[in-house]
Ligand binder design. Sequence first.
Ligand code: AMP
Ligand code: MG
Length: 405
Amino acid sequence: MNKNALIVIDDALEHILQQALVTTNIEEVALSGLSGRVIAETIKAGINVPGYDNSAMDGFAVNTDFVPSPETTLAISQIIPAGKVGFTLEAGTAARIFTGAPIPDGANAIILQEDTEHDEHQVKILQVPKAGQNIRLCGHDIKQGDAILVKGHKLLPQDIGLLASLGQRKVKVYRPLSVSILNTGDELITPGQRLNPGQIYESNSFTLDALLKNLGMQTRKIGIVKDDLPATQKALLKAAEESDCIISSGGVSVGDADFVKTAVENLGELSLWKLAIKPGKPFSFGHLGEIPFFGLPGNPVAVFVTFLMLVKPYLLKMQGGQNIHPEKYQLPAGFEVPEAGSRQEYIRVRININQHNQQELIPFSNQGSSVMTSTSWANGLAIIPVNATVKKGDLLEFLPYTGLL
Ligand code: AMP
Ligand code: MG
């Protein structure tokens, strides 16, 4: 292979993911601390849910044998509220029953209150019931022994309710990864300080910090690193000591002030450099000892895109997750790309409703890799494959932020 050829993104992702080792750091966490955590065990139900046949409605429990014809009147022989167990239903009578209450022995149907005329003592049942109606059977939601959440699942709020409904108090989850962030560049100044000529505010660490926290990970900011080799090496060594993974921005291009690549090669090894991706070409990946290293480019949009496309799937796998790839949909382009490119491009787009009332993707006017407004304006990324031109109406892969961030 030509040494200078750019690496195709799918190959790069495959290479990266092959090297992702799932963390062995596991802890038990109580229900209230579980939102967003990845489970390290498959959860099997210890009980049936519901645990007994119960009424789905407020009404009357009867046996269908007692109601051979419409407008049958039955005496009310007992009242069963939720939380109480009734006694065996006396022949030829009905039990007043409320939602969630156990069905008494001898009953096989619940008549909705609205389908009766009743007072305290008796109930007229207007229609003939069917056996089983309005009864929630024992175990109809979950059967004891069912695997209800599998190892590697990221817990959503409803999953935590589900665990509670099984009586589970705590669960084994992977400890959040700790990720170091360092940012190279002599021109960088921390927000809040005065900008001098030639300086810019450092923003990449803030984007990365928020992206990582969104994934439930812990971050360590190593800070701004000067463009010189010893400073870069020192910062990388500190990062490697303090975290499970290192992410840097800037200094991986081919300029005279780009020391990150050399620093990583001096301290460890670099196994990937320069991808056929736009923005984000100078992306690099390697290791310092056991610690994975991602060298993102300096341009802020390139940081955003390469993190989402390459770093995030790796980190999710390392965090123990099963579902590591972003959601994709096919949507028609509302724009044209007349000239094919040699790199896979990630365009910042919004979904627009056109005059035919159909969805289409429209791009931000300036797709420059330093133009952060494009990322805030957009609601997702659209992919233009290598060597492809695009005509209006062509279907493009669209990755909405809702499934991406
Ligand atoms: P580099 O890859 O170091 O050549 O940086 C490419 C561009 O990104 C330059 O214009 C830098 O000033 C800019 N840049 C690098 N790092 C940051 C950062 N942390 N925040 C904002 N812009 C940056
Ligand atoms: Mg730089």
